[in-house]
Design a protein around this ligand. Structure first.
Ligand code: CMP
Length: 142
């Protein structure tokens, strides 16, 4: 996979969006935007798994709420392929705070607050590789 690292990123459809029945609508938006799904699964993280995933934020005041929320219900984890994948996926998601997200972005349409903001995306190629490896084994990529 190393040769394709620049074209891959990691995404999550978060528990708020899955709970609201928006998984299908968000996947449609993702494929309409030209992303190819390379790996996909529904998971329900434990609190320690969510804490491990968001470890870089462990000193932030929102860490307890964030990890409680992310382990509160199932979410969908994804490997997304497109040219310039990290930036393309972040552009489609919109700003972290839905109040600041542009029209046409997923967070503008589906997010309700900065904490429950519908989707996650890696912020760099390096973190995309680490986050993909956290959730997927090699055999789960197509
Ligand atoms: P995400 O892209 O998943 O990465 C970290 C998450 O922390 C972020 O989206 C937000 O959902 C969540 N979060 C909660 N509160 C804040 C905050 N005040 N600032 C930034 N992120 C926050």
């Amino acid at each position: 996979m190393a040769e394709q690292a620049g074209n891959l990123t990691f995404g999550i459809i978060k528990p708020d969006a899955v709970r609201a029945g928006k998984t299908g609508a968000i996947l449609q938006r993702i494929t309409d935007a030209g992303f190819k799904l390379r790996a996909l699964k529904l998971i329900h993280m434990t609190k320690p798994e969510a804490e491990g995933f968001y470890a870089v934020h462990r000193e932030r005041p929102f860490f307890p709420d964030l990890t409680a929320f992310m382990s509160s219900a199932p979410c969908v984890v994804m490997a997304l392929e497109k040219e310039n994948a990290v930036k393309s996926w972040r552009d489609l998601m919109g700003a972290t705070d839905p109040a600041k997200a542009d029209e046409g972005t997923l967070r503008k349409e589906f997010a309700t607050s900065i904490g429950e903001n519908a989707v996650h995306g890696s912020d760099s190629e390096e973190n995309a590789a680490a986050e993909l490896a956290y959730f997927f084994s090699r055999l789960e990529f197509v």
